[in-house]
Design a protein around this ligand. Sequence first.
Ligand code: COA
Length: 265
Amino acid sequence: MTFKPYPHARGDGSLGDGLAMLRARVARRIALGPYSRRVSIGFGRNLSVAIEPPVAKIPVRLRDFRPDDLAALFPSGGDEAAKRERDDVEWRLRAAAHGVLPSRCYVLEEVRSGRPCHVQWLTDPGYGDAVRRSGALPVLAADEAMLENAFTPKGFRGLGAMAAAVYLIAERARSLGKGHLVAFVDADNAASLKAVERAGFRPCSIRTRRQFAFGTFRTVRFEPRAGAVGRGARATPRDEGYGAHPGDGIQSEVDAREAEPPDAD
Ligand SMILES: CC(C)(COP(=O)(O)OP(=O)(O)OC[C@H]1O[C@@H](n2cnc3c(N)ncnc32)[C@H](O)[C@@H]1OP(=O)(O)O)[C@@H](O)C(=O)NCCC(=O)NCCS
């Protein structure tokens, strides 16, 4: 739910060569502005603890993504946000096929019509350092996976599709041998916050990303959330810009100047 790759990035995560890359970087930096700050809440769920399944207001089922889902999820004439999401999905499909993103794409479909009503990704450990740093992602343990990039087309919003999808993807993860799931949700995204909580996730950390001088300097800070339990609760707050926090599976801070990101969300 956190990684927004640069839409024109190639499947291997790079921005391309020569002038195209330069243009892309300049546009990205201008869009960032002189300073910005983005706060996300880190959520976790222990899959050995059963929860009451959230019920959507329409009958739904989960399945793997199919190429014809793209047009149904993102019909032509959609708004800018939907176009960006489509770019994300296309980038992720290329990156997954290329092997740099160990991520699976799931679609929730409405049973009656068969129409896709939600798309979301489950990412395994093993993504490359460039991807991890650019998305400010944690290092995942072998039995962990991460939910990312949830999207519900406008006509299906508010029907409980995201909550149902998060729950059903967690069940898939369990059947794949996972014991713990994590997700990062922007602190101002009320619908997503509610959906992951309905699907049994509990807040355990706060991630603050800052950038200065049009992206020249970036910092990422992870802090535990008061009252958090479970793995995420082991993180401790640190000053920004240095080092990693061993043992909690989450890199506590990254000086993102180390990596030129393929994205810049
Ligand atoms: C965020 C998003 C995926 C939510 O999808 P959804 O299928 O509508 O979510 P749900 O129907 O499961 O809604 C979850 C809860 O949030 C509520 N909700 C929905 N939209 C809301 C809004 N704008 N403000 C506050 N609450 C909202 C729902 O009523 C529901 O609460 P309830 O269970 O008490 O009824 C969808 O709005 C979307 O695609 N947004 C654009 C992309 C995005 O922000 N992705 C998330 C990245 S983390």
